[in-house]
Design a protein around this ligand. Structure first.
Ligand SMILES: Nc1ncnc2c1ncn2[C@@H]1O[C@H](COP(=O)(O)OP(=O)(O)O)[C@@H](O)[C@H]1O
Ligand SMILES: [Mg+2]
Length: 249
């Protein structure tokens, strides 16, 4: 459970591969794609998994130019995100042009590559996936209801009592199923192994949009994936055994 870089992004997985040590979870490719939200979104699009439309501000592109393109194409508010962070670090919802222009300049300085997404008004949800390839399946969807904050930001993620967990997510049955299917497809498309957790937003009119795949999701007893597994009768210990098994698939 090595969160972030270089434990989650394929670097450490590659080191283990090169000395022949088995390890749990995703391999080099899936780990690298999981950490890189822009690369992952390109894969989602290639296989028809809905993801919010976006503008990429890669190294060398004037961040203000990218901001203007996003404004023109999607309008405000806009979500600015670094290419490969987590825990909502660097994720900013810009409501005015001024805020957007300031944010993109800061984002370039602090993180380098970033992208700007259309803001999807709706529910924040996350779906655990267990297994590999065609044997993989989705566990119950968790809805995160944030109290007194605009979105599921760093504070909401790590301050006790700021976020309410709703399992299963309160969604119409067909929307819930579609979301599980797209999440499972995202896990398969990136070639994840053993387990992952797929973050999404569901718009008010019931369209799921996949945001990202976390190849090493939180595994404290209060984390999302253990709560989802528990909702289908999988205990924490059973989940750990399941994850360990993935090292030998
Ligand atoms: N396009 C979007 N529209 C609405 N909310 C978003 C959008 N992108 C991200 N968010 C909110 O920000 C949170 C963090 O975004 P995410 O892409 O999952 O990055 P991280 O890797 O930091 O978790 C999401 O759980 C969601 O609540
Ligand atoms: Mg996330």
């Amino acid at each position: 459970m090595l969160h972030g870089k270089p434990g989650e992004d394929g670097t450490f997985q590659g080191a283990l591969e090169s000395v022949g040590i088995p390890y749990t979870g995703s391999g080099v490719l899936a780990s690298a794609l999981g950490i890189n939200k822009i690369a992952a979104k390109r894969v989602f699009q290639a296989v028809g998994i809905p993801t919010p439309p976006y503008v990429v501000a890669m190294y060398g592109r004037d961040p203000l130019d990218a901001a203007k393109e996003a404004l023109e194409r999607f309008g405000l508010p806009l979500v600015v995100k670094p290419k490969d962070e987590g825990s909502s670090l660097g994720v900013v919802i810009a409501h005015t042009e001024e805020e957007l222009f300031e944010t993109v300049k800061r984002e370039r300085q602090e993180f380098g590559d970033f992208f700007i997404e259309k803001f999807i008004k709706g529910k924040t949800v996350t779906t655990g996936i267990l297994g590999t390839g065609m044997e993989a399946f989705a566990v119950p969807v968790l809805e995160l209801r944030v109290k007194g904050r605009e979105f599921y930001d760093y504070e909401a993620k790590y301050t006790k009592g700021l976020t309410e967990f709703v399992i299963p997510a309160e969604l119409p049955k067909d929307v819930y199923q579609k979301l599980q299917e797209f999440s499972l497809e995202a896990h398969r498309a990136l070639e994840c192994r053993g387990f992952s957790r797929v973050d999404a937003v569901v718009s008010e009119d019931g369209q799921p949009y996949i945001l990202e795949v976390n190849t090493i999701p939180g595994m404290t007893e209060l984390s999302d994936l253990p709560a989802e597994a528990a909702a289908m009768g999988i205990s924490y210990d059973e989940l750990v055994l399941w994850i360990l098994k993935s090292a030998f698939e």
